[in-house]
Each structure stands twice: as C-alpha cells, then as structure tokens.
Design a protein around this ligand. Structure first.
Ligand SMILES: Nc1ncnc2c1ncn2[C@@H]1O[C@H](COP(=O)(O)OP(=O)(O)OP(=O)(O)O)[C@@H](O)[C@H]1O
Ligand SMILES: [Mg+2]
Length: 297
C-alpha cells in the first residue's frame, strides 16, 4: 500500500446521543495522512478535536464513515496507536520504570527477553531525558517530568501512530519548549506518524508538516489546511525571524480569529518564541526541571 494513504479519516461524522436528541459534533471530516507526517489539529474549544482523536484511537466510534489505517478499518483501540493525554495518569504506586514496563510488557511479552525489555525501557526513558529518574515514584517528580514519562511510555510501545491531546498544555513555557524539542528529535529518529491537538499557534507551526484547522461546531469539519514546508531540523530561535514561519503563523491566526471572535483569546500564542528560547539556552537541565516543578502540575 502507498504510504501517501497511510491513515485515512474518511467521510467521518459523529452524533452524540443527548437527553434532548442527537448532537451532531462532526460532519464529513476527510483527511488523508502520510506515513511519518506530523499533523496538528487546531480549532476553538468544543469544536470536536478530541472526538476526532478518540475515534482514531478507537476509544470512540464514528456514527458515519470511519478511519482506515494501512487498509484496515479501525473500530477498537490497538497497540498500533498510542495516546498521550493532556494530564498523564501514571500509576502512583509504581516507579517511573515500572510505569513504562507495564505498557512494554503488554506489547512485547513473548517477543523480547527480560534483558531486552529492560534495555528498551531504559532507552525510551533516556530519549526523554528521564533515565536518571527510573526508580523514582511519580510523586517525587515534577509535572513536566511526569509528562515526559507519559511520552516515553507511549513511544516505548512503538506505535505506528502517536495521538497527542494537548500534550504540553498544562506545562510552563520552558518545560514545554524542551519537550517540543524532544518530540521533534524523537520523531526524526523513529519516523512515527503523529496527530497532535494544540491550542498554541507557535507550537503548531514549529512541529507540524500540516496544520489542520477545524470549523466551529456543531457539525464541525475541516476548514483549512496550512502546509508548513520549513526544513527540518527546525530551530525555534532562527524561525522567529523566518518569513515562511511567520506567514504560516499568520494564516493560522487569521483562520482562528475569523472563525470566532468570542473565543479568540484562548488561541493566542502562549509565549514569545524569543523569550522561551533565551530562557532555555541559559538554563541547565536541572534549572528547567526545578522551574517546572514550581509551575507545572
Ligand atoms: N459524550 C458526549 N456526549 C455529548 N456531547 C459530547 C460528548 N463528547 C463531546 N461532546 C460534545 O461534542 C463537541 C466536541 O467535543 P470535543 O471534546 O471533541 O471538543 P474539543 O475540540 O476537543 O474541545 P476542547 O478544545 O475544549 O478540548 C462539544 O460540543 C462537546 O460538548
Ligand atoms: Mg479536547
């Protein structure tokens, strides 16, 4: 099969039953995603972004149409798709290592030896800079660090498709910038296909190959798609002055402001690129984590 039609959201609609009748949240959502593409979903609160993601995850069923991954119809969750939620729930009684182990054992039991599994878990924790905290309990680490463990747990399952619902939304600007950079580096190495929901315009432009902008519901659908053709690896400081970067950013802001004035304040960029970059550059890893433990979670 061609990788150009790797994941297809096909004529998808979703109507939720409510006490007062059906509520049509989504109508005719159509999107074809290539293998290895990074897609951001952006749109006003309540337009249906999480519903789209949950249907791709198999956690929710489409009412009309559906999702096809590598030629197969998706109608339930599977190890080929892993979700990173906004607030990652780690099992509080398990260590960082054991939290990742739980997911890895589910996928690789029978195919990896105990030693291979251990090596794989530590490799993934190292990818997000959390190898040193493997034996800590979740209550001993900051919000940003928990989020990194959640991302490691997701990647360790080697999902074909990574689904992220506002993964950095609850984090302070410094931690968010560091995690965005980690995710870009990891995707460059592993070539996962990623769909990420975000409210942050700068984040969407920095990370994405395409930004999919949804109309306001009910019966929400895809309004416009912005292609971000910036070469990778991307450097947030250099991009602040880049004409193409600013053009993409402007296109997204224009769509969002024109689609609903009442909600526009929630979609403004969360921090200037320059301020975040400067802060990251002058901080050691420890300083950033210390800051995040004060502000995040
Ligand atoms: N189980 C449900 N039953 C009824 N209506 C629902 C249900 N789940 C979601 N909705 C409605 O569907 C619409 C889309 O919800 P969804 O959570 O997908 O929005 P969203 O774009 O993710 O919003 P946000 O940015 O605030 O997270 C909303 O109007 C919501 O109230
Ligand atoms: Mg949502």
């Amino acid at each position: 099969m061609s990788s150009a039609r790797y994941l297809e959201i096909s004529k998808m609609g979703k109507t939720f039953p409510t006490d007062t009748g059906g509520f049509e949240a989504l109508r005719d959502v159509q999107l074809t995603i290539q293998q290895g593409e990074f897609i951001s979903l952006i749109g006003h609160s309540g337009c249906g972004k999480s519903t789209v993601l949950n249907i791709v995850a198999g956690l929710e069923q489409a009412s009309v149409g559906g999702v096809i991954l590598e030629g197969k119809h998706i109608n339930e969750p599977g190890p080929d798709r892993a979700v990173v939620f906004q607030h990652h729930a780690l099992m509080p009684w398990l260590t960082v290592y054991e939290n990742v182990e739980l997911a890895v054992a589910q996928v690789f039991r029978g195919s990896k030896s105990a030693a291979e599994m251990r090596e794989w878990i530590l490799h993934n924790l190292n990818l997000v800079g959390m190898g040193h905290a493997a034996d800590k309990a979740p209550h001993e680490i900051s919000g940003g660090m928990k989020q990194r463990v959640g991302i490691a747990r997701c990647l360790a399952m080697e999902p074909k498709v990574v689904l992220m619902d506002e993964p950095f939304g609850a984090l302070d600007a410094l931690t968010r910038a560091k995690l965005q950079d980690s995710v870009m580096a990891i995707q460059a190495e592993l070539k996962n296909t990623i769909i990420m929901i975000t409210h942050d315009v700068d984040e969407a432009v920095l990370l994405s190959d395409r930004i999919v902008m949804m109309t306001t519901g009910p019966a929400a659908t895809i309004g416009e798609i912005v292609e971000v053709k910036l070469p990778r690896p991307r450097d947030r400081l250099a991009l602040a002055e880049d004409q193409q970067y600013n053009h993409c950013r402007h296109q997204v802001l224009e769509f969002l402001y024109s689609s609903d004035d009442d909600n526009s304040e929630e979609l403004e960029p969360s921090a200037t690129i320059e301020s975040v970059q400067t802060a990251v550059d002058v901080s050691t890893d420890d300083t950033v984590i210390k800051n995040s433990s004060n502000q995040a979670a």
